[in-house]
Design a protein around this ligand. Structure first.
Ligand code: SAH
Length: 217
């Protein structure tokens, strides 16, 4: 099957399951060639709704999780976004589609090998101008480009990292999986002035967020 056809099937499946609810998210997921974010030997599985290994013990999130997060984060054109946990760069590319035009996605990855791979993937697929990959400990955020309208954390934290709350704009929203290293709740934090509203969106499983304000190892 051609990648485009596989992608159409994937998105229509995600619509039936209720994970994709808006045309905007459907269009973004139809636009991004997920297979080009995977190592060659994994590309055949790119459009199955499952997480896949991308090297260094890390995984690209399943399409339904990317869809849930894209819907729940309510990304708008022009938004400045921070992603913690770049991995393959796929999720960052989907968010870049949703903040066009004028939006920008800053994404931070702690493993240099993956940061480099993501840069190459984003370059090859035409997202290098809108997505900036930085190497480092994303539990500290990325203060030089703050505040962020939206923050998307793609790894599991023991608690919401304080620096990420501090770097959220007034009215800004953040999604972060919070819990143990084997099971978490996807939490949405909305900033209103000095107050933070917290909602639990349900169970999920992510690889651990490792860093100063995350898990220790
Ligand atoms: N969004 C990715 C999937 C991310 S998997 C995609 O679309 O492919 C989670 C990633 O978070 C892993 O690559 C892991 O190395 C990274 N990570 C874990 N702790 C981190 C930290 N403190 N800062 C930045 N990245 C981190």
């Amino acid at each position: 099957m051609e990648p485009k056809e596989a992608r159409e099937r994937m998105v229509s499946g995600l619509r039936s399951s209720g994970h994709v609810r808006s045309q905007r998210v459907a269009d973004a997921m139809l636009a991004v060639p997920r297979h080009l974010f995977l190592p060659p030997e994994m590309q055949e599985q790119a459009y199955s709704d499952t997480p896949l290994h991308i090297g260094q013990g890390q995984t690209i999130s399943a399409p339904h999780m990317v869809a849930i997060m894209a819907e729940e984060l309510d990304l708008r054109p022009g938004h400045t976004v921070l992603e913690v946990g770049t991995g393959s760069g796929y999720h960052a590319a989907v968010m870049a589609e949703l903040v066009r035009p004028r939006g920008k996605v800053y994404t931070i990855e702690r493993l240099p090998y993956l940061a480099e791979m993501a840069r190459r993937n984003l370059e090859a697929t035409g997202y290098a101008e809108e997505v900036m990959v930085t190497e480092g400990d994303g539990t500290k955020g990325l203060p030089e480009h703050a505040p962020y309208d939206r923050i998307s954390v793609a790894a599991a934290a023991p608690r919401v990292p304080q620096p990420l709350k501090d770097q959220l704009s007034d009215g800004g929203k953040m999604l972060v999986p919070v819990g143990s290293s084997w099971y978490q709740d996807l939490v949405r934090v909305t900033r209103k002035g000095g107050r933070f509203q917290v909602e639990n969106l349900g169970g999920c499983v992510f690889v651990p967020l490792i860093g100063e304000h995350g898990h220790k190892s």
